[in-house]
Write a protein that binds this ligand. Structure first.
Ligand SMILES: [Zn+2]
Length: 575
């Protein structure tokens, strides 16, 4: 029997939400009871996929698994930046998943803009920044790159290949004559380079994303292993969806995923792996042509990011997206002016201004000292402090000029929405950094935005949105929500988490007694045992010496774990 490979890809992404001046996320009332959407989705999805529960027949927890260690995944760089600051243990679990699956050489860098709509120079910078960000976090080079909305054209693939990227993931409609058996295709770029194109299975991915298969993991297994009808049997079945499918869009989706992975890993004739591992064994030979420009979320190519093509989030509502064209026009015009400013001033300060921009991706977001050192290295006269300040500003001007093309600015239904306001904030920040030119640039942007009409009653045009929601800044309340500090169940729940954490180093009967007492108190209050306390306990117990693990057995029961040897050594991915 030939082995069938299964690759499940999760694309984890959140639109950037932080204030470009303060680097903090403002409160978003629509995400209540959480402070903002990042925090809410972190609880529902990210925290859940790295600690997915497998249940025993009696409903108690049998195992907790980091599903990311077994699947293929990418996280948008702005999301990783947020996780690193606000949800450190989840962030650590993402890095750990990559470490566990490292022998499979997965890993994807990221760009942020719809690259077919960017100039070649901006494409190169986006790709270099994506690679640098990945390298800094994961400590190795990415083999693949996730393109925002899988938007692709020949030049984008040429740039990826030139930067050492070996593959990307596309939807079925983006290639002509896909190879048989689900195999990746080989694409020759205009520059004569080659790039592997991994095409996911459309119908199965659709049924995962929209739910039916997450409600019935056995049916999901069946679909992945189904014999082909009238074509060659698949050697590779790939599923690609938004990562937020698991736990956020579909509650307990991560439990179905964990169950599926365990079921598949126990079968012979099936290999759960990632694209890079598969490609290492099967060099793509079947040449494919690109349908370009295309993306996975617009049936009209990449019109969704510049026209009223009809694609939107809520088709049942009678809204127009004619604002997309003037918004794109305004920012294209602004980018041209900003780049001219950068070239003019930067040409005098840097040894090579554009090379400095490309290299900035390696340190962007780092501490002050690192950035100061970087700027000095790039300058013609490294010891001129005043000019150093301006050089740094110019690099940030370019950073914001790139960030204002973040794909979600056009993706949603209205220019007054959070995501479009966010990219206009980047534009405003970039304008501010342009110095004496700023008033002229702002006037030019406002003129163009005046043609972009909002659907929101009273919001006016893009010009009004800019003046009322972008320029006049809302004070940021960066404090964490009450829910987050206390958690459900309040003080006892928080104390329980603290007491569980102590079990890692305090191997005394007193430490056990404290946890037992607190667990009883939480239950008396009628609250569930906190998710994080269970996860922490599971990890500590799995890493404990056998005698201490044995002493923890009664505590495990109290915290909701199944009886017996439910806690397996070496959870996730190393088998
Ligand atoms: Zn469209």
């Amino acid at each position: 029997m030939s082995v069938r490979s299964v690759v499940i890809h999760g694309h984890f992404y959140q639109p950037p939400r932080e204030d470009p001046w303060l680097n903090e996320v403002a409160a978003e009332p629509s995400a209540a009871p959480f402070h903002d959407w990042n925090q809410r989705i972190e609880q529902e999805c990210y925290r859940a996929v790295v600690a997915a529960r497998l249940y025993a027949p009696d409903g108690r927890i049998a195992q907790i698994v980091n599903t990311l260690a077994s699947i293929s995944f990418n996280f948008g760089p702005t999301l990783l930046e947020w996780l690193e600051r606000q949800a450190l243990s989840t962030y650590a679990a993402v890095l750990e998943a990559d470490r566990l699956s490292r022998e499979r050489h997965g890993g994807h860098g990221n760009a942020i803009a719809i690259l077919p709509l960017s100039s070649r120079r901006d494409k190169v910078t986006e790709v270099r920044w994506g690679i640098a960000d990945f390298r800094r976090r994961f400590g190795r080079d990415p083999e693949g790159m996730w393109l925002p909305e899988t938007a692709v054209d020949p030049e984008t693939l040429d740039v990826l290949a030139a930067e050492g990227i070996r593959f990307t993931i596309l939807a079925p409609h983006q290639v002509e004559h896909a190879p048989p058996a689900g195999l990746p295709g080989c694409y020759r770029t205009p520059g004569g380079r080659s790039m592997a194109l991994c095409v996911y299975d459309g119908p199965i991915s659709h049924d995962v994303a929209f739910g039916p298969l997450l409600k019935d993991a056995a049916a999901w297994v069946e679909r992945l292993l189904a014999p082909a009808k009238g074509k060659s049997a698949p050697r590779l079945v790939a599923v690609a969806t938004d990562g937020e499918t698991y736990g956020h869009h579909h509650r307990f989706g991560e439990v179905a995923l964990a169950w599926l992975l365990q079921d598949l890993e126990r079968r012979s004739g099936v290999q759960v792996e990632n694209f890079a591992a598969f490609l290492a064994r099967h060099t793509p030979r079947h040449e494919v042509k690109l349908v370009a420009p295309t993306s996975w979320s617009c049936a009209h190519g990449v019109e969704r990011w510049r026209a009223d093509c009809g694609c939107r989030m809520a088709p049942e509502r009678p809204t127009q997206q004619r604002w997309r064209a003037p918004l794109r026009e305004a920012l294209d015009w602004l980018a041209g002016e900003l780049h001219a400013c950068f070239e003019r001033e930067g040409g005098e300060l840097f040894r090579d201004a554009w090379a400095a921009r490309d290299a900035y991706g390696a340190v962007v977001g780092s501490d002050e000292a690192t950035i100061a050192r970087f700027v000095a290295e790039q300058m013609r006269r490294p010891h001129d402090a005043a000019r150093g300040v301006r050089a740094r500003e110019l690099l940030d001007l370019e950073r914001n000029a790139l960030r204002m093309f973040t794909s979600c600015g056009w993706f949603f239904d209205d220019i007054a929405g959070l995501e479009s306001v966010q990219i206009l904030r980047y534009a405003a920040r970039a304008i501010e950094l342009a110095g004496t030119d700023a008033p002229r640039l702002e006037a030019g942007v406002l003129d163009r935005l005046a043609r972009a009409e909002s659907n929101e009653p009273g919001a006016g045009t893009g010009r009004d949105v800019y003046l009322s929601r972008v320029k006049r800044r809302v004070p940021v309340d960066a404090s964490r929500s009450d829910w987050d500090t206390a958690g459900p169940g309040g003080d006892a729940a928080r104390e329980l988490l603290g007491a569980v954490m102590l079990l890692e180093h305090d191997h005394s009967s007193r430490a056990i007694a404290v946890v037992t007492e607190l667990a009883d108190r939480v239950q008396r209050d009628g609250s569930p045992v906190p998710f994080d306390a269970q996860t922490a306990f599971y990890r500590i117990r799995a890493a404990s010496p056998p005698d201490w693990a044995a002493q923890l057995a009664p505590v495990a029961w109290r915290l909701g774990f199944a009886d017996g040897d439910g806690v397996e050594k070496g959870e996730g991915g190393d088998h």
